[in-house]
Write a protein that binds this ligand. Structure first.
Ligand code: N01
Length: 852
């Protein structure tokens, strides 16, 4: 007789529930696993439609936790079909005696947290109530078919089939007139098989999908060889990869590759016949629409090459959404099916379904009779199965209520108000954007280790903090914001289910990064969790990731390059190094005109570069000062940023090459900056600008001299300025702010580099002079309106913040933009870091605002 009071209740006996059961037993936890089906296998138990096949190759879609399995089980194909995967699940369940720990044909109806007993009460369809300390939803991401939201579905009197609930005995469509509604993965796999039997097949398509041929056959020889040579390394690579399959990240930009070469690379990927290969051909296809279009057009050309009727080919060609933002499909002879005389494609955009009728379907101006209707209309993904169970946490709040506006989780594993509730591959984890096997194993192991840790410390409950959960929501949103997913109506975004909140449900920061974060949470003593038991409780509040994901990725890549620190170089070498780094960056947008010239500095001529917008002038003029710690950089070194500011703000930018230290120490840079401003003001009209609309701008040390130039203009009778834009400026060299210590290392501008810059530029005794430290000016009143951008991970953050506050206190209008998750250098990296774009948009708008 199974116990009604256990350590852990697990819902679901798919690959997640099976592995968790094994681990719980191995570690001495009592458990009950409840499964509504009659067997193990989860997704592979339910999805028995013809042609159902795994889109991840069998080399990668298998358990790694039992090494013996690799000897005992041999996959017959590269992409295994549903019956074989189900057999594999059954084989593992038998081998490890898992059947004895699973209650089949039992549905969980509700689960309620008992705050006094600190236990969950789980009520089942058999009328039993099971009490447990920990409650795990291992219910899968795509397990609840969505209601087909089509008029008249209940009128039809013939047989209806839903791909996700296919009859176990199979269906024979021989001689039938069959309708298939939907063209997602399930439809694309089943349609060629249904077409083989049906007398007539009509496919109702709302949105065409991108599909890649499976090219099935034996397992790829190169993968098998790698696995045989060193399985441990292969599996580790998968675990730390972006999507759970060990494909090396691309370093090729589609935009920077001539189209014929790009197509040749895509052809190689196409020939691999793997779900992830085409999308992973280029590094920028996931973040740039233009780059993505190179991939999309290649796939469309493949459709045209197969489908003989050009009109049908065009209808089958996805347009208007980027490749990969709806789940790409894998097929065997899908497009070829449309060349068969008895197969017809109906475009629901021009011929919408008016109603399902008793005998068929009314669509467009037609009425057609069918012998069977197949709904391949998808799932209430990610959250459907979790909220289908009535889960009530603390204070009577249900998870369904809490998630009304979108799922809120910490790490996609836990949720505030629901102690000891865990979700395997839940929303906010890589889940459906990953190889599920890798993600399942990682979650099971994290939960197992957490339970072991809690037991060892005598702790009964674990619950995330509100701050950690909000921080995770923000991090997930930051990751989503730099991708192209947001604008596409996909089930990833909840768009397929009417009324579902529109957010990106899975975590898109990558499997490897996610694993590192989860590990870090445990290593940092359960950061973001409150743990309690036996009269003691501890809250370790905090945020596990605040840095912008693309900034983190760049920092990781730079760390791997192991570059020498700039401060270890001589100034000439440092300048050369900076020039070489600049040479490989994207150029920034086209401007109307660029003119290089000379202007009189404080002590001789200095160079400038003028950027003119393509619009008719005269334009406002902005004198721009480059970054580089007064030592490195030049009037061209911030070229992409100057171009973008020019175009986006519709202003003439004059970028000035003030003299550099150590050859020319303080106050040479400040004096040149002011001299350049005076000259530009006097010559604005001949430069095509409007002398009455003048401003200064600068980044870093350039922000320093821009602020100084604005003060000198105020104190020396002009020129009159409309504004000053200071991006992560250095404004006080006289003391060390806490951000200098907090961000001393690891964020490109380091404390030691900043010290090196100051040492080259100004003696310690000079640093309190307002021409070196404009924050220390006697008065900050009557300065032009300021826009100040500071970066969270910038050693200069606090002094920039202090300057913004001091200007405000002095009555200067200030727009202070605190760039969350950014470093000293990241905001200005045009076309490299998408997360900087919104900040630069704000800067450009503010610059425009100076002149209205
Ligand atoms: O479901 P889907 P699926 N009227 O949501 C259409 C995984 N999977 O079961 O795109 C008309 O993708 C809908 O149209 P639109 C895989 O992750 C994996 O095929 O919303 N049409 C769409 O065409 C996959 O992505 C594997 O405009 C309606 C289709 O129905 C996920 O499961 C195999 C409609 C639904 O496509 C889901 O795939 C199979 C309406 N009212 C699935 N409502 C393998 O790994 C919906 N549609 C092999």
């Amino acid at each position: 007789m199974a116990k009604s009071d256990v350590d852990v209740v697990v819902v679901g006996a798919g690959f997640a529930g099976m592995y968790l059961l094994h681990e719980l037993r191995e570690n001495g936890f009592t458990s009950r696993v409840l499964e509504s089906g009659k067997d193990v296998g989860g997704t592979w138990y339910w999805n028995r439609y013809p042609g159902a096949r795994c889109d991840i190759a069998t080399t990668d879609y298998q358990y790694t936790w039992d090494p013996e399995l690799h000897e005992q089980w041999t996959w017959s194909e590269k992409h295994a079909a549903q019956p074989e995967i189900l057999e594999y699940a059954q084989f593992v369940a038998k081998k490890h005696d898992l059947y004895s720990g699973i209650d089949f044909e039992v549905k969980v109806e509700s689960a309620e947290w008992d705050e006094v007993a600190k236990r969950w009460h789980v009520r089942t369809s058999t009328g039993e109530t099971i009490t447990c300390r920990h409650y795990v939803m291992a219910t899968g991401c795509l397990s609840v078919p969505k209601d087909p939201d089509i008029a008249g579905t209940d009128r039809y009197r013939g047989p209806v089939y839903v791909t996700g609930r296919w009859p176990h005995e199979g269906v024979d469509f021989t001689g039938q007139r069959v309708a298939v509604i939907g063209t997602g993965s399930s439809a694309i796999q089943s349609i060629p098989h249904i077409a083989e039997q049906a007398k007539e097949l009509v496919i109702f398509q709302r949105t065409p999908n991108f599909s890649v041929p499976t090219l099935n056959g034996p397992q790829p020889a190169d993968r098998v060889a790698r696995l045989k040579a060193d399985r441990a390394t292969y599996e580790d690579e998968a675990r730390l990869s972006y999507s759970g399959v060990p494909i090396p990240p691309s370093t090729v930009s589609a935009l920077a590759t001539p189209r014929d070469e790009a197509n040749a690379l895509l052809e190689q990927s196409w020939q691999r016949g793997e779900l992830l290969s085409v999308g992973a051909t280029f590094m920028d296809a996931g973040t740039s629409r233009d780059a993505n279009e190179v991939v999309a057009e290649f796939v469309r050309s493949k459709v045209r090459s197969v489908v003989k009727d050009p009109e049908t080919a065009e209808l089958l060609s996805p347009r208007g959404y980027p490749y990969g933002t709806k789940r790409p499909c894998m097929d065997t002879n899908y497009y070829q099916t449309f060349n068969l005389p008895h197969v017809r494609l109906v475009d629901l955009n021009t011929k919408p379904i008016r109603s399902i009728t008793e005998t068929g379907i009314d669509f467009g101006d037609e009425s057609k009779e069918f012998d069977s209707i197949v709904y391949a209309t998808g799932f209430d993904a990610m959250t459907g199965a979790i909220v289908a169970v009535d889960i009530t946490g603390k204070d009577g709040l249900t998870l369904k209520q809490k998630w009304e506006n979108g799922p809120l989780t910490y790490l996609g594993l836990t949720s505030v108000g629901f102690p000891n509730l865990y979700m395997i591959t839940g929303p906010g984890s890589p889940s459906v954007l990953s190889n599920m096997m890798v993600s399942i194993e990682q979650h099971v192991e994290w939960i197992r280790d957490t339970l072991i840790d809690m037991r060892a410390k005598g702790l009964d409950t674990i619950e995330p903090t509100a701050m950690a959960e909000e921080g995770w929501r923000q991090h997930c949103a930051d990751c989503a914001d730099i991708t192209l997913f947001q604008d596409t109506n996909s089930w990833y975004m909840g768009a397929n289910v009417p009324g579902k909140p529109r957010v990106l449900f899975p975590y898109i920061g990558g499997v490897g990064r996610y694993r590192r974060i989860c590990d870090e949470v445990r290593e940092r003593d359960y950061l973001g969790f409150e743990l309690a038991g036996s009269g003691k409780s501890s809250t370790n509040d905090g945020l596990v990731r605040e840095i912008q994901p693309d900034v983190e990725m760049l920092l990781d890549a730079m760390a791997m390059l192991n570059l020498p620190p700039i401060e270890s170089m001589s100034p000439p070498d440092a300048r050369m190094f900076m020039e070489m780094s600049s040479a490989v960056r994207p150029p920034g947008p086209e401007v109307g005109e660029i003119i290089d010239g000379m202007l009189p500095g404080a002590d001789g001529p200095i160079e400038y570069r003028l950027y003119r917008p393509p619009t008719p002038g005269p334009h406002p003029v902005v004198v721009y000062y480059h970054g580089g710690g007064w030592v490195i950089g030049s009037h061209t070194s911030d070229d992409p940023l100057c171009r973008e500011l020019c175009v986006k703000s519709n202003v003439v930018i004059v970028s000035v090459n003030y003299r550099h230290a150590p050859e020319h120490r303080f106050p040479a840079a400040a004096d040149d900056s002011f001299a350049a401003l005076q000259w530009v003001a006097a010559n604005a009209a001949s430069l095509g600008g409007d002398p009455t609309r003048l401003a200064v701008a600068g980044w870093s040390a350039g922000g320093n001299v821009a602020a100084v130039a604005a003060q000198l203009a105020r104190d020396n009778g002009g020129p009159s300025l409309k504004g000053q834009l200071l991006l992560t400026p250095a404004v006080d060299g006289s003391k060390e702010y806490s951000s200098m210590r907090e961000n001393a290392e690891g964020y490109v501008l380091t404390k030691s580099l900043m010290d090196w810059f100051w040492d080259h530029y100004a003696d310690p005794s000079d640093r309190s002079h307002p021409k070196a430290s404009p924050l220390l000016a006697e008065s900050l009143a009557n300065l032009p309106p300021a826009v100040i951008v500071t970066g969270q991970y910038d050693p200069l953050r606090d002094e920039g913040d202090a300057y913004a506050a001091a200007l405000k206190a002095a009555g200067v209008p200030v727009q202070h933009i605190q760039a969350r998750g950014h470093t000293h250098t990241s905001v200005g990296m045009v076309d490299v870091l998408p997360s900087g774009r919104p900040v630069r948009d704000q800067m450009a708008a503010a610059l425009r605002g100076f002149f209205v």
